[in-house]
Write a protein that binds this ligand. Structure first.
Ligand code: AP5
Length: 218
């Protein structure tokens, strides 16, 4: 299946995309994660995007389209993928449509996670991320077994630079102005499936599975 997960920062896209990708045995392609890896590796791309990301702004469309095009051309994406964080602008959506048409592999669905802003702020300000494997935790809803340590690999947990209050508020503004128009874009193409993302992690996964017509328990 070729699926896009859409929603505001902190809606739970990464959390759901990981589980869905495992369930469907397709890669989870997170542009945010790819960019954070580039920043950590201090590559040319990483140096170029670090400040933009820390401010909560969007990386230019041409850069993102190239990154995604390259990633989708890899063999593991041939039989499907879960795209998380891309597209984020109408220009990116148009570029994606064009590249998938060329590959003769159109999208199956775009799942929008619907979550209000109060909940988003609560989620982002409580988020802790593993500095090594990238696993996500939350001080209240998903606390690690041992404080400050990743449950999976034992590495220290850190807060993302763009989870500081000023960056969160900028990310929300950017989402409203540049990404929200994609809801209509995909509704018009009859690909949009809206899911209540305010529920717990498991309930949200069940709701996504239902709109996609897949077995939530498999
Ligand atoms: P990106 O990494 O994509 O950030 P984002 O869209 O802001 O999304 P987040 O990763 O913050 O949140 P999420 O929705 O994945 O939620 P999560 O599952 O972590 O992008 C970062 C930056 O990179 C951008 O700002 C931009 O600069 C750049 N960028 C990336 N892609 C780009 C593009 N295409 N174009 C241009 N620039 C781009 O969950 C959040 C928290 O809530 C966690 O603590 C989690 O444990 C908790 N949680 C999750 N689900 C639930 C639930 N159901 N109930 C309770 N808690 C929950």
């Amino acid at each position: 299946m070729r699926i896009v997960l859409l929603g505001p920062p902190g809606a739970g896209k990464g959390t759901q995309a990981k589980m869905l990708a495992e369930k469907l045995n397709v890669p989870h392609i997170s542009t945010g994660e790819m960019l954070r890896d580039a920043v950590a590796a201090q590559s040319d791309l990483g140096k170029r995007v670090k400040e933009i990301m820390d401010r909560g702004e969007l990386v230019p469309d041409d850069v993102m389209v190239e990154v995604v095009k390259e990633r989708l051309s890899q063999p593991d994406a041939k039989d499907g993928f879960i795209l998380d964080g891309f597209p984020r602008t109408v220009a990116q959506a148009e570029a994606l449509e064009k590249m998938l048409a060329q590959m003769k592999r159109p999208l199956d669905a775009v799942v929008e996670l619907d979550v209000g802003e109060d909940e988003i702020i609560r989620r982002l300000s409580g988020r802790w991320v593993c500095s090594s494997c990238g696993a996500n935790f939350h001080t209240v809803t998903r606390p690690p077994i041992e404080a400050g340590k990743c449950d999976y690999c034992g590495s220290p947990l850190i807060q993302r630079d763009d989870d500081k209050p000023e960056a969160i508020s900028r990310r929300l503004q950017v989402y409203r102005a540049q990404t929200q128009p994609l809801i209509d874009y995909y509704r018009e193409r009859r690909l949009l499936r809206t899911v209540n993302g305010r529920q717990g992690v498991e309930k949200t996964l069940e709701a996504i599975s239902e709109v996609l017509g897949i077995d939530a328990r498999s």
